[in-house]
Design a protein around this ligand. Sequence first.
Ligand code: 6CS
Length: 344
Amino acid sequence: MSSTAKFRKLGIVSAVAFAGLTAANAVHADNWRYAHEEYEGDVQDVYAYAFKEYIEDNSEHTLQVYRFGELGESDDIMGQTLSGILQFVNQSPGFTGSLIPEAQIFFIPYLMPTDMDTVVEFFRESEAINKMFPKLYADAGLELLQMYPEGEMVVTANEPIEKPSDFNNKKIRVMTNPLLSATYEAFGATPTPLPWGEVYGALQTNMIQGQENPIFWIESGGLYEVSPHLTFTKHGWFTTASMANKDFYDGLPEEDQQLIQDAADYAFDEIIVHINGLAEKSLEKIKEASDEVTVTRLNDEQIEAFKARAPQVEDKFIEMTGESGKKLLNQFKEDLKEVQSDKE
Ligand code: 6CS
């Protein structure tokens, strides 16, 4: 073969190899879809964009983020994830509780501590969160990536709430899981389960007289405009979770699974920084925006009156979840004891 012919052949071989490599890269560069339940700049959005940043900085993949309303309500984005239209979803146990009853554990009042350092350590270290929940989510077709806190729950109502009887004859909106209804029943209210999209209008038209949410959401969703009396009851934290469709996740190469886990860890760390001081800043914004708002912080004695009603909700949780819920609750309590003793 002449040298020109040799070079021509080498050129063809390289072109084929290059085309092959490009094809391999192209196959590997996917565009994944991720939906969450909140608006621009809210906690779940900050988490989603940190997750996206990590994925895009460390791979050829891209991530498209959809916010609240772009693809429907929380239950819609979960349905789309389970059917494989979306690869990732962020849904809060407040809604997932109707699919995975054990996820309702976050609605047993006064189970979680309210001080942020303890809560954060609990999410990082807890065996119930990091070992038991992934199995429960897997049984529902979901790869649980991260559970994380968004903020302390605060009640808003048409009047300040100081004692359980102040809840009498008030319809209080709850997310759509039955245990949260049991909590508000125990507190003396009439629980009204509603998807997020209906809450502002229902408060505005007095179809409901109150609701609960973390302060940043009360500010960003403008809830204080239509429900101006804020009460810090210290009964729980708003928790949420990021997850993937399990079939999609299981079908990925190990390298991509690791990338996703690392992205979830990265986003968790970003969120812990983001929520530090967020409630205080949001409360300041609310006070600046409205003269009507009142803030009630229950004292220990007032809290006791609500706390005394928690055991009946715990019983209800066991009734709804059986052995599996009992085991989870025991582990949850053990994990909490451990992080609390670390803090002493
Ligand atoms: O109350 C709700 O339904 C909403 N609350 C928050 C903090 N995030 C999303 C959720 O849908």
